[in-house]
Write a protein that binds this ligand. Structure first.
Ligand SMILES: [Mn+2]
Length: 397
């Protein structure tokens, strides 16, 4: 049977670089793929929404697509850390389908084994939502140190997975779905909370012989973290969110589940393109046109572009960002960010292009003018400045 494994949709996530519109567009693409290829089920391994209190619009956007798919085949959602409330008396972000008992949609917030009846036979799914320390802590007596607590958590999780593996009927295909941090995984550009506070589990503690595939969520970089059978795979998130994702491919996993013979492939999605242009114009007489020239090597259509430019303090004033931005927009760039690295210290001012002909006094006067000082103030400041720059002051100091 064919299943889709996706995770970490983070609907509603925005970054400085990306408004997040591509997330829903790519979830649409996954649903369309599933319908067109007649897949048997969809697994979402946690973190559907970015916020614990998603807006009504975000919920509408997700549930309309979910219901389109679930009218065709079952969906299993295993809660991630973003889905679960910090306070256990509060509702999770994804509780609605359970409350209304929506057919074909299974939302799992506590470890459990479910059996899906797909049109190509039964599939057992062992589900392990994100292990929240707060929930686990209530079972631990006080007076333990951090390392001991970490050990107890790890043993609890390993015990839970092992217990579920024992309950599996090994004559039928089974998968494990979990939202957690596996040792040795490249965290890539995942949010920083991935690095702190997580209990880290070995992939060998998950790749047990009862299972035919381990579908993971939590780390946003797609990767397979085990060489052994069954495969242990992070599908990764479905959209590039910032420049840390520039070189990562985004997509989902198409898994062909068969007892002891499962195979999988990665299906790439059309994620927002990020392009970094590195250039050095610190010795250039015409930084604007040289930066523009440097961008020509890149395909910037529909891309968010970052220009990392090394420029002298004086050249800074002659680098007209808006000119470069306009030219890139004409070539189809969706956004342009400048990151200027000045190779010497100095004042920053926009005084026109004939800087090399100006004296330090001229430059300072221009700077005060640019900073919005009135003429009278500038005269007063210049008197003080001239004194500070004079030999008299230097010898007094
Ligand atoms: Mn997560």
């Amino acid at each position: 049977m064919k299943i889709i494994h996706t995770a970490d949709l983070h609907i509603g996530q925005t970054t400085h670089d990306n408004s997040g519109d591509g997330i829903i567009k790519n979830f649409d693409a996954i649903v369309e793929y599933g319908l067109k290829n007649d897949v048997d089920a969809m697994i979402i391994a946690g973190d559907v929404f970015h916020a614990r209190n998603p807006s009504q619009t975000m919920q509408r956007d997700f549930y309309t697509r979910l219901s389109k798919f679930s009218s065709h085949a079952p969906v299993v959602i295993v809660a991630g850390n973003h889905d679960l409330p910090v306070d256990p008396t509060k509702a999770s972000a994804i509780c609605m389908p359970s409350i209304f008992c929506v057919p074909n949609v299974h939302v799992i917030e506590r470890d459990a084994i479910i059996t899906l009846e797909t049109k190509n036979g039964p599939l057992q799914i062992a589900c392990l939502p994100y292990p929240q320390k707060k929930r686990l802590l209530t079972h631990i007596s006080s007076g333990r140190n951090a390392a001991e607590i970490d050990m107890i958590f790890r043993q609890a999780i390993i015990g839970c997975v092992g217990g579920m593996a024992q309950e599996i009927d090994t004559s039928m295909p089974a998968i494990l779905v979990a939202h957690l941090h596996v040792a040795g995984a490249q965290v890539g550009n995942s949010p920083p909370n991935v690095l702190g506070g997580d209990v880290i589990i070995g992939s060998f503690d998950l790749s047990l012989p009862a299972f035919d595939y381990v579908a993971l969520g939590h780390i946003h970089k797609h990767q397979c973290v085990s060489d052994m059978y069954p495969p242990v795979v992070y599908s990764g998130n479905i959209e590039r969110m910032d420049f840390g994702d520039e070189n990562d491919t985004k997509g989902f996993c198409l898994v062909n589940v068969e007892r002891e013979a499962t195979t999988w492939e990665f299906v790439e999605l059309d994620a927002t393109k990020f392009v970094t242009v590195d250039c050095d114009v610190s010795h250039s007489d015409n930084p604007t046109s040289d930066v523009h020239e440097a961008t020509k090597k890149y395909d910037v259509e529909n891309a968010i572009v970052r220009i990392r430019v090394r420029v002298s303090a004086l050249g800074c004033a002659a680098l007209f960002e808006n000119d470069v931005r306009q030219q890139l927009n004409l070539r189809g760039a969706k956004g342009v960010h400048f990151l200027k690295q000045r190779d010497d210290a100095g004042i920053r001012c926009r005084v026109g292009t004939k800087i090399s002909a100006m004296t330090p006094e001229d430059l300072l006067r221009a700077f005060f003018g640019h900073a919005g000082k009135l003429d009278a103030e500038v005269d007063e400041l210049m008197t003080e400045a001239k004194y500070l720059m004079s030999d008299d002051y230097i010898s007094e100091a």
